[in-house]
Design a protein around this ligand. Structure first.
Ligand code: FMN
Ligand code: FE2
Ligand code: FE2
Length: 414
């Protein structure tokens, strides 16, 4: 099936889709499965005073992209190339395009300056930086730039065309969902992909998503031109509302206003488990805390993510096995890349036989993930915990939970 044809599609007066379809891609950015392939959306704006290209495509598709441009204009007419995001799936054709379009200037966010050089390896690319409140008027189109960083790279930005009420959102609101029918009201049901994309790409940057939404909500939006998957024109506000709902932290159904502390443990001889239980008792004794214990030996990864997401405090218990923490503990730590860690407090505990390095490794990792680590960062017990040691675990949890509750102490952060 060849989903690509050469005809550019007009999505709004004089604004054309010149992106490419990649129906066969099955894994994206290592971390995502793409059963429906993807598309690299790019756009061309025609005005009486010249042409603007909005983003490019993956390098391997650039010839098709250039052919689409050639159907609409000559390279001399291109005045600007707006690059909302410099990840290679969108920036792949920039070097070649800039060689062909010798009158063009690249418009990027200030944070993209060093990246532009690192991906083009050229010093002679003419560029200018733009941010919120800056705008560009060319012919009958007025483009307002919007600074929307970390969605999902530091340099990402968006822009809005006043005359068309059209938002170029960058990767935001994208879906890896290749469908040549292109518009959300005529493609297949892509909602699973829209949510999956949010969960894997945007969720670690929730607070940045909320900042971007605050900017987007200032505008009347008739159409959202994304960088992947369907263009959103059927009540686009509902997509913004989904992002808003998913990015707000107030959707806890159970905790009843209390702070949630999640205690994860792994154990072979129940020593770390006994510690986890004493820690649970300590946590539960603190007012305003709801504590839960989870055995890492039998928890599904998607559940781990949901639990972590809901947690204000996270305690990770592990024995030391062969000078390391066992794999389920690292699995827990690796799925944290899908979360926003901001404000969450974390610490570690565990039983050990002689060296006990696992607990320190966990703390090291938690610090590098930018969790807030309390002064008393871990508790280690040699082999079978005594009654007194279990009492220490209880106290350790009380102190931890007071910090989760807002007690001011000097925290370790990376
Ligand atoms: C296969 C194996 C390897 C171990 N390796 C280490 C180690 O490298 N360093 C250490 O301090 N303890 C080591 N231990 C000891 C455990 O950490 C200790 O028995 C601990 O109390 C187990 O806690 P648990 O009952 O919560 O699993 C090892 C134990 C086993 C069974
Ligand atoms: Fe991206
Ligand atoms: Fe992308």
């Amino acid at each position: 099936m060849n989903d690509n044809n050469l005809n550019p599609i007009e999505i709004s007066p004089n604004i054309y889709f010149i992106g490419v379809f990649d129906p066969d891609i099955r894994t994206f950015d290592i971390i995502m499965k793409t059963a429906n392939g993807s598309s690299y959306n790019a756009y061309l704006i025609k005005t009486k005073e010249g042409v603007i290209i909005v983003d490019t495509v993956k390098l391997e598709f650039q010839e098709l992209f250039f052919k689409k441009i050639e159907k609409l204009c000559s390279y001399d007419e291109i005045k600007y190339v707006i690059c909302h995001h410099l990840e290679p799936d969108h920036a792949g054709a920039i070097p070649q395009l800039m060689q062909k379009a010798t009158n063009a200037k690249v418009l990027i966010s200030p944070q993209a300056t060093a990246m532009l050089k690192a991906i083009t390896h050229k010093d002679n690319i003419d560029f200018e930086t733009v941010w919120t409140n800056k705008s560009l008027k060319l012919g009958d189109k007025t483009i307002q730039f919007l600074t929307t960083p970390y969605l999902h790279w530091p340099e990402t930005m968006s822009s809005y065309i006043q005359e068309d009420k059209l938002l170029f959102s960058g990767d935001v609101f994208g879906s890896h969902y290749c469908d040549k029918r292109l518009f959300d009201d005529v493609v297949g049901d892509f909602f699973y992909s829209f949510k999956y994309y949010y969960d894997h790409i945007m969720r670690p940057f929730k607070s940045y998503a909320l900042n971007a939404i605050r900017l987007y909500e200032k505008f009347e939006i008739d159409i959202i031109a994304t960088l992947h998957g369907p263009i959103l024109r059927d009540n686009p506000k509902r997509y913004i509302d989904y992002y808003k709902k998913w990015s707000q932290n107030n959707y806890k159904l159970i905790a009843n206003g209390k702070k949630t502390v999640s205690i994860f443990y792994l154990t072979s001889y129940k020593n770390t488990k006994d510690m986890a239980e004493a820690i649970y008792e300590g946590a539960e004794s603190v007012e305003g805390i709801i504590a839960n214990v989870y055995d890492l030996a039998s928890i599904d990864e998607s559940n781990m993510i949901t639990i972590l997401e809901e947690s204000d405090g996270i305690l990770i218990g592990t024995p030391t096995i062969n000078a390391d923490a066992p794999k389920p503990v690292w699995d827990l730590l690796s799925c944290m890349m899908l979360l926003e860690k901001k404000g969450k407090v974390a610490a570690s505990f565990g039983s050990y036989g002689w060296s006990g390095e696992a607990i320190d490794m966990i703390i090291h990792r938690l610090k590098s993930l930018n969790f807030r680590i309390p002064p008393n960062e871990s508790i280690k017990i040699k082999l079978i915990p005594t009654k007194e040691e279990l009492h220490d675990c209880f106290d350790f949890a009380v102190e931890f939970c007071e910090i989760v509750n807002g007690k001011m102490v000097e925290m370790t952060m990376n």
